[in-house]
Each structure stands twice: as structure tokens, then as C-alpha cells.
Design a protein around this ligand. Structure first.
Ligand SMILES: N[C@@H](CCC(=O)N[C@@H](CS)C(=O)NCC(=O)O)C(=O)O
Length: 201
């Protein structure tokens, strides 16, 4: 059975759980308490030299990097609608998942991290202000796309699953998403997909 090393508050880990659940794949969850530094344990570092969750272990195969894990699970259980294989959709899925890592995470995920998990006296206010401002620019890009599109790469896919966690968590970084009505509708569409699970289950 697939093993997933994760933590309930990790948006990067949540996306793997969401996909596995939506595909009906059974998996074992192993909690890594990143707040206690368990990711630095040599046994865990042997799985991921980058010492971060999530890590997926499938028999003797080990993978890290959350968006790469989505590609692996999607392909392993193909054909399935969450993993489109025609060249254009596949290219667009990669485009949005890279946008997730290069633009959503450094702005929206970072704003949430600094706001929620760093003690106020340790927060870099300049960095936080920049993340929030760039986070709003990121939401605008998504909102413009989602005005004319139900989902990021055509039909509901791993592109949406990969980008969704840190977009719906943006309010935890004190970024108001209500002004981005197409993003809000997209979040609601994702939450009504079969097999959807909330992050805190
Ligand atoms: N690019 C990585 C980022 C993973 C990541 O930052 N994981 C966080 C939890 S969401 C973590 O393990 N943090 C612990 C640390 O950095 O020490 C991915 O997408 O998997």
C-alpha cells in the first residue's frame, strides 16, 4: 500500500491526499511533525534529502516534491479524468503546476506561513507586505483565467488539485479572496467534486 508522509497543516501534503481520495486509492498516512523538527530525523532525511513533506513511498519507489507526486499518482492510475493525457491538456496541467510552485507558493503560501506560523516579533514585515501584494497579483491572474474557464486546464484535473490548497488558504495569510469572485466560485466547484476531502481530516 502507498505510504504518505504528511502533516494535517501542510498544504503540499494535502494535495496528495486529495488526489488519492478522489481516485479512491487506499493509502497509509504517516504523520511527520514538522513543528517538532521530525523532518530532520536521519530516517526521514533518507527518504527525502530535502527534509520536507510530503514524501510518497510506493513499495520500493520513493518520491518527493508535491506536484511531481501528483503526476506520478495521476499516471499510475490512468486512465482517469484527473490526469489528462492529450498533449495540450497535459502541457497546460504542467503550466499551472509550475505556476503553483513559482508564483502561488512564494506569495500566497509564504504569506500564510509568515502570518500563521512565525511569532509576530520574528515576522519580517517587509517580506510579509511583499508576499501579500504579490499574492493579490497572483489571485488576479487566476481570477482572469477563471472568468472564462471552469477549471485551470480544461476539465477538473491535478492542475486544480495542485493549485487549490494555498489559494483557499490565502485568508490565513490575511489576504482577502472575496474580491476575486471567479476564484471563489472555482474553490466552491472544487469543494463539490466527488471524493473531495477538506484539509483538516
Ligand atoms: N517544494 C516542496 C515544498 C515542500 C514543503 O515546503 N513542505 C513543508 C510543509 S508544507 C515542510 O516540510 N516544511 C518543513 C521544513 O521546511 O523544514 C513540495 O512541493 O513538496
Amino acid at each position: 500500500m502507498i505510504k504518505l508522509y504528511d502533516h494535517q497543516l501542510s498544504g503540499n501534503s494535502y494535495k496528495s491526499r486529495l488526489l488519492l481520495n478522489q481516485l479512491g486509492v487506499e493509502y497509509e498516512r504517516i504523520n511527520v511533525d514538522v513543528f517538532k523538527g521530525e523532518q530532520n530525523d536521519p530516517k526521514f532525511a533518507a527518504l527525502n534529502p530535502n527534509k520536507k513533506i510530503p514524501v510518497l513511498v510506493d513499495e520500493d519507489f520513493i518520491m518527493w516534491e508535491s506536484n511531481a507526486i501528483l503526476f506520478y499518482i495521476g499516471k499510475k492510475y490512468s486512465p482517469n479524468p484527473l490526469y489528462p493525457e492529450d498533449p495540450k491538456s497535459h502541457g497546460l496541467v504542467a503550466q499551472w503546476l509550475l505556476f503553483g510552485k513559482t508564483t502561488i507558493d512564494p506569495n500566497l503560501a509564504m504569506a500564510r506561513y509568515l502570518t500563521r506560523f512565525v511569532q509576530p516579533q520574528m515576522q519580517d514585515q517587509q517580506e510579509l507586505t511583499k508576499c501579500r501584494a504579490h499574492g493579490m497579483m497572483t489571485l488576479k491572474i487566476l481570477d482572469d483565467h477563471l472568468k472564462d474557464n471552469q477549471f485551470l486546464a480544461g476539465e477538473y484535473s491535478i492542475a486544480d488539485i495542485g493549485c487549490y490548497p494555498y489559494v483557499h488558504l490565502a485568508p490565513e495569510g490575511e489576504i482577502d479572496i472575496e474580491a476575486y469572485s471567479s476564484v471563489v466560485s472555482w474553490i466552491e466547484r472544487i469543494q463539490s467534486q466527488p471524493g473531495y476531502i477538506a484539509m483538516d481530516v
